[in-house]
Design a protein around this ligand. Structure first.
Ligand code: SF4
Ligand code: SF4
Length: 123
């Protein structure tokens, strides 16, 4: 059963992978997983940041959707990595950036347009 909590979902996914181990040669995540039988929240944050989102495990996985396990390691770790970026960012402003990144990107785009046309007509 899926969990809305990224840590719990990562634990669910890693528990299934640890029984399967088909992807153990793909990246650093799986050897790190194999050293553990249970997973703490810190383990999950660590492994999520070992993943570089290549998606090789997704395309190899026999439990990927539409299988009822609905396993997607890369998506699960990607969601958890974002949480760790916010947690370890250190500065409140950076945390706000991660939470409102669309608004910041839009603002940067509009500012660059403004400076482009400003330089075209006034410089
Ligand atoms: S991603 Fe799928 S195939 Fe790969 S180890 Fe996990 S359960 Fe096995
Ligand atoms: S998506 Fe992440 S966990 Fe899956 S093989 Fe690539 S690096 Fe490893």
């Amino acid at each position: 059963m899926h969990s809305a909590n990224p840590i719990d979902e990562a634990k669910r996914v890693m528990t299934i992978c640890n029984a399967c181990r088909y992807c153990e040669g793909f990246c650093a995540v799986f050897p790190a997983m194999e050293l553990r039988r249970t997973f703490s929240a810190e383990d999950m944050k660590y492994m999520a940041n070992l993943c570089h989102n290549c998606r090789a495990c997704y395309y190899a996985c026999q439990y990927a959707p539409p299988h009822e396990f609905d396993l997607n390691v890369s998506k699960t770790f990607s969601a958890l990595r974002l949480e760790t970026y916010k947690e370890f960012a250190g500065y409140e402003l950076v945390k706000i950036f991660f939470n409102k990144n669309t608004a910041f990107m839009l603002l940067a785009f509009l500012l660059s347009l403004f400076f482009y046309f400003f330089s075209l007509y006034f410089l």
